[in-house]
Design a protein around this ligand. Structure first.
Ligand code: FES
Ligand SMILES: [Fe+2]
Length: 409
């Protein structure tokens, strides 16, 4: 690594490339390979378990690249399961609501009924199905595991490894990081972009000095770190993460002074906290002017832990040229009006910044999909993006697909 960097690097960087041919990845043909080799293979984040607190709580979520609808539900036995949202009779969509709380689900077409643990409990006009054994017609289960209040699914017939083995060293490092938190914001937008470019826009902080100069001009870095290098960057097989440097000289706006004077500070203010009390995966280098982390969970999710809040961002491909972006924000549960107002302020500020990020995803796609660019060029500060393409290429190669590999420039 260059000595000019403020950053502490960790992980195997030997197979990363700073030049990535990109036009080929934007094509429908390449996307067909990605659907099978990546989205039918990887452990994918389906939902936040913080949305499923009580027995019977459920939500419906889509897996756009596989054209699937999933039902995620906390059963009456208190266990979270994931099912295909498909009725076993003739395949109609079982649940149409986005979320709710139910003991049972009844299909709208012919009213077959299923318990919230998946068993088929009711068949209307049952005498006309001679010999039907109800126990064989429960909802179709999806391989799923819950990790730190995040529900993962695997849509392979048989996952190649457990979620623990997929996540590797980070599996045990985040214990309890989301305890006591609740969802405070949920944004969704479909963009004219390729999913790889959308993930990439959230995997580096190089841009924040420029595209966020009007919304959050001084919240990162500081006089010792004028280029706002990441404090820490780590790459792993199915994850990569960085820690951002909170600016100790950040000038709180009048609104921040009032709101965060009555509440625990949140974005874009960062505070002195007892960093030793954080789980080992959060601020892993124990950087003392820590602002937040970005954790890329291969392939398409970015987790953003902070002291009093965190975010979960999905970048789901709909096709090679459209991406469904979902962003959820979480913060400490509270009934105090001062906290609620401060959280609302943080959501609004965060949304302004998010809009700036989203805009680049569409304009980059326009440029790259024109085919004029031979490759993209990535700095050390964009190492998470380098790792994204390394991981994607490994999965494509594992499946015997074409994959892109060029020597480092
Ligand atoms: S398709 Fe659901 S009951 Fe007929
Ligand atoms: Fe950004």
């Amino acid at each position: 690594m260059s000595k000019d960097s403020f950053t502490v690097f960790r992980g195997d960087t030997s197979r990363l490339r700073n030049i990535v041919p990109i036009a080929e990845r934007m094509t429908p043909q390449f996307y067909e390979d990605e659907k099978t080799a990546i989205f039918r293979r990887a452990w994918l984040v389906a939902a936040s378990a913080l949305d499923l607190r009580k027995k019977g709580d459920f939500l419906v979520t889509d897996i756009p690249p596989l054209k699937m609808s999933l039902l995620v539900v906390r059963g009456n036995d208190d266990r979270i399961r994931v099912f295909h949202n498909v009725c076993r009779h003739r395949g109609d969509r079982l649940v149409h609501d986005a979320s709710g709380c139910r003991r049972a689900f009844s299909c709208g077409f012919h009213a077959w009924t299923y318990a919230n643990t998946g068993e088929l409990t009711g068949v209307t006009d049952a005498t006309q199905f001679p010999g039907l054994q109800k126990e064989h017609f429960g909802l179709l289960p999806v391989h799923s595991e819950v990790w730190e209040n995040i529900v993962f699914v695997n849509l392979a017939d048989q996952p190649r490894e457990s979620l623990r083995d997929w996540l590797g060293p980070i599996y045990d490092q985040y214990r309890g990081f989301s305890a006591g938190r609740t969802k405070i914001a949920d944004h969704r937008v479909v963009l004219n972009t390729n999913w790889n470019l959308a993930v990439n826009a959230f995997c580096e902080g190089y841009h924040n000095l420029y595209i966020h100069r009007n919304t959050v001009p001084d919240y990162q870095g500081g006089s010792a770190n004028p280029h706002r290098h990441r404090a820490y960057i780590e790459v792993g097989e199915h994850f990569a993460r960085y820690s951002a440097h909170g600016n100790p000289n950040h000038k709180a706006t009048p609104a921040e002074q009032v709101l965060y004077g009555n509440s625990r500070p949140m974005f874009p203010s960062f505070i002195d906290i007892d960093i030793d009390k954080l789980p080992p995966g959060v601020n892993p280098s124990r950087f003392d002017q820590w602002a937040f982390d970005i954790v890329h969970l291969v392939p398409n999710v970015v987790l953003g832990p902070q002291a009093n809040t965190h975010s979960l961002m999905w970048f789901w491909p709909i096709d090679h040229a459209h991406t469904d972006v979902r962003v959820q924000r979480f913060a400490f549960q509270t009934d105090r009006p001062g906290d609620r107002i401060a959280q609302a302020y943080s959501i609004v500020r965060g949304r302004e910044v998010l809009r700036e990020d989203l805009a680049t995803m569409e304009t980059s796609y326009t440029g790259i999909s024109s085919g004029v660019l031979p490759h993209i060029v990535l700095s050390q500060q964009e190492m998470l993006i380098q790792n994204h393409y390394r991981a994607a290429d490994d999965l494509l190669a594992e499946h015997g697909n074409r994959h892109v590999r060029t020597p480092a420039a």
